[in-house]
Design a protein around this ligand. Structure first.
Ligand SMILES: *[C@@H]1O[C@H](CO)[C@@H](O)[C@H](O)[C@H]1NC(C)=O
Ligand SMILES: *[C@@H]1O[C@H](CO)[C@@H](O)[C@H](O)[C@H]1NC(C)=O
Ligand SMILES: *[C@@H]1O[C@H](CO)[C@@H](O)[C@H](O)[C@H]1NC(C)=O
Length: 411
């Protein structure tokens, strides 16, 4: 399935796919076969693959309800929302609510798109999803303009623009524009999530003039500044929550040391420039000073995606290989801690844990594993999960910069 290259709109349409869809690989049942994912209509509970168990959803819900740092009446505070790590670091999923009374949906908070959508009760191919029943919402406002979005992996959804109250954690956002979906591509039909909540710049929205939830949170005084910060936590750390999103600022308990900032170069995606790609202390790619390599920081893509020639030299160095029949990059499963890959940003080398370069075995018993790094021929690269799960990442629209710090899993 398509979770590896994911919610990043219009960027990589002509790129080569480096991490193929694997729904036909029986040995990768856990990660790639989502048919176990369904919503039990009679119990109204969502089950998924044993990875999102009911109690995990409850944990997300509890964390949201507690708000970790409660809203004060006088000064708005940052708000923490939990996420569930789905399918071994493939997706980090959170729960939001639409309407009054609130109806729950599972979404990815996606930094590489800016639209919010959930399936409509009138959808004709969303059967295993939670469906938004607008007739039961007293705050629903009809608009009905056409909405259509296509992500870089080809997945898409179609519907109409509407407005209603959105709840994210303990925050109630009024008059949030969103799309109600009537028709979604097959990859979304089999995906565990119901919808997507875009966290990019407003200008990236496919429906012009739409304000993202973050902008509305700020405009409505729910958060003190247009900043959110993210910990995507890897399975290897065995933490209580799969991830944490803090809306409104940073939580000093969640990182240590200094924050490395990079200015946003184009305000659509969270796009920044990198200095170099470093392998064992040597630059295997160096940006030209006048025209630095552009990269987007993307919570909706599981892998790190770099240019084809860089990915080729990296895999040569780590004795990996490209397998053209499956269009995948592969690495030895027993890669060791001497394998040091880093991305240099603003003069600082930001390391990636070697374990994140190794994904699932290509088949059971094989000593080859899929690589955590994929390749693209697009001029813009992607810092997805492989990289992000090593850092506490700060998305700052006040100063238009992205920050990276060493994470601490305080809660
Ligand atoms: C849905 O839940 C009901 C009630 O618990 C149960 O009887 C039924 O088997 C479940 N359906 C599926 C497909 O698991
Ligand atoms: C969520 O909160 C409820 C009520 O406080 C509690 O009973 C339940 O155990 C909590 N669930 C988890 C997974 O923390
Ligand atoms: C997460 O686990 C890795 C080992 O896999 C360890 O090096 C790192 O310190 C852990 N991170 C935190 C924040 O505990």
């Amino acid at each position: 399935m398509k979770l590896i290259y994911f919610f990043c709109i219009f960027l990589l349409t002509s790129s080569s796919w480096s991490f193929a869809r694997k729904s036909n690989q029986k040995n990768n049942a856990q990660l790639y076969q989502v048919q176990l994912t369904y919503r039990n209509i009679s119990t109204k509970k969502c089950y998924a693959l044993g990875k999102i168990k009911t109690q995990h959803l409850e944990a997300v819900d509890n964390l949201s309800k507690r708000g970790e740092i409660p809203l004060s009446k006088r000064a708005a505070s940052p708000q923490a929302i939990g996420a569930v790590n789905y399918g071994n670091d493939v997706e980090w999923i959170s729960q939001i609510y639409m309407g009054t009374p609130p109806q729950p949906f599972l979404v990815v908070f996606d930094t590489a798109s800016s639209d919010l959508w959930v399936p409509s009760i009138d959808c004709y191919d969303c059967n295993n999803k939670r469906l938004f029943d607008y007739g039961k919402s007293s705050t629903y406002q009809e608009n009905d303009d056409d909405f259509s979005i296509t992500y870089s992996d080809g997945s898409s959804s179609y519907g109409s623009m509407e407005m209603d109250t959105l709840k994210v954690g303990s925050m109630t956002i009024k008059k949030q524009q969103f799309a109600m979906i009537y028709d979604m591509s097959s990859s979304f039909q089999t995906d565990v999530i119901d919808g997507i909540m875009g966290c990019g710049y407003d200008s990236l929205s496919v429906y012009p003039g739409t304000l993202t939830p973050l902008t509305n949170m700020y405009n409505q005084g729910l958060i003190p500044q247009r900043i959110f910060s993210v910990q995507l936590r890897p399975i290897r750390n065995k933490t209580t929550y799969g991830g944490i999103f803090i809306f409104g600022g940073t939580d000093s308990r969640l990182y240590k040391g200094t924050i490395t900032y990079a200015p946003v170069t184009t305000r659509n995606f969270w796009q920044i420039a990198i200095d170099a790609v470093v392998y064992n202390g040597n630059n295997i790619f160096t940006s030209s000073t006048r025209n630095k390599q552009q990269i987007i920081v993307d919570t909706g893509t599981a892998l790190m995606i770099l240019g084809t020639s860089v990915v080729k030299s990296l895999h040569t160095s780590i004795k990996g290989k490209y397998v053209s029949s499956s269009n995948t990059w592969q690495v030895p499963c027993n890669l060791n801690s001497n394998t040091k890959v880093a991305i240099k940003i603003n003069g600082v080398s930001l390391a990636i844990n070697y374990q994140d370069l190794v994904r699932e075995k290509v088949s059971s018993g094989s000593s080859w594993c899929y690589s955590g790094i994929g390749s693209t021929d697009s001029s813009i690269w992607i810092l997805g999960g492989t990289f992000m799960k090593n850092y506490y990442v700060i998305f700052d629209r006040e100063k238009n910069q992205v920050g990276f710090a060493t994470p601490v899993y305080a809660y």
